[in-house]
Design a protein around this ligand. Sequence first.
Ligand SMILES: *Cc1c(COP(=O)(O)O)cnc(C)c1O
Length: 387
Amino acid sequence: MTRIFDSDLESGFATRAIHAGQRPEPLAGAIMTPVYLTSTYVQTGLGENKGYEYARGKNPTREALERNVAALEGARHGFAFSSGMGCLDSIMKLFSAGDHIVCGESVYGGTFRLFDKILTRMGMSFSFVDTRDPNRISEAVTAATRAILVETPTNPLMRLTDLAAAASIARDAGCVLIVDNTFASPYFQRPLEFGASIVYHSTTKYLNGHSDMIGGIAVTNDDSLAERLQFIVNAAGAVPGPFDCWLALRGTKTLHLRMERHDSNGRAIAQWLAERVGDDKVLYPGLPSHPQHELAKRQMSGFGGMISVELGTRERADAVLRKVKVFSLAESLGGVESLISNPASMTHASVPAERRRELGLSDGLVRLSCGVEDVGDLIADLDQALG
Ligand SMILES: *Cc1c(COP(=O)(O)O)cnc(C)c1O
């Protein structure tokens, strides 16, 4: 087999996860990509260099991560950023004052905050719509629409968007479909295959998988978008440090193994919870009772470890959150350890209470990020905490 440094899309997912974007280091042959701790690169003469000039523009450790994740998403180009939000902010720099974006109404709280509090102030406009219904997306498109942005499944309401339908609306409108694929990971869902133009992640979550860094990444197959994104990377500079890239790259090597376990734990816990508290109280796309279960099966090959449970009131949620012993009360998700949180008072506190009510995001909603521990211990923990 030849070395698959350049995104070799012929190999299987696991082979790409472990090898894509990486080659033995040229000095000693170290099998692991070094952490290139450098700000600049020595040049041989004016305009003569090895393709690297200054580390804001390019860093070999960062490049290895970018090529690796691009290969996992089936993309030719990848751009790593200092956080998921830094990534989205840089993607949005593709647009200008006067441009209009159609955005899913129940996207990540930080996405809503960036659009509502900062980019609106800079002259961009947004329509937040229920993207579960493709008609709502088409109705919101105007002559000024430059992008449709969706997250599927959403955080924390587990609402899905039909990626093929959204891509076709974007194509007809002559705009781009941008997808936040953080929740599903490329192991279970690859939006480019359904016609998305840009896919991005908070690498902080499943891609890194070990809760030890903050990062983001955007991938695309469109050469002209890639050229503009590379310009933005260098011009705006929201780049990650090489050690964080190295940690994320270490994480992606086991993405397939971890996602299998997140998924089997997630399915078992969702099933158990449905029997314990009622299936109308459990939000998990893998449950047949989920209203979009058929769509989930069509565009995802697994459902992962994210589950939301309706406990009725903030007091009841608080009581359960205080009692867990294996799950930890914390924001974030996608790590090997199980986490539990209350979106209304934590990750989604930046969404106004009135708006949370409209969306159906109640104060008693609890979100689980099921880790890769023994499923029996996780279920026993929830059982004692539910009392
Ligand atoms: C965490 C998260 C983000 C933001 O990423 P950061 O790395 O925290 O900046 C964006 N989208 C989703 C779905 C997330 O879960």
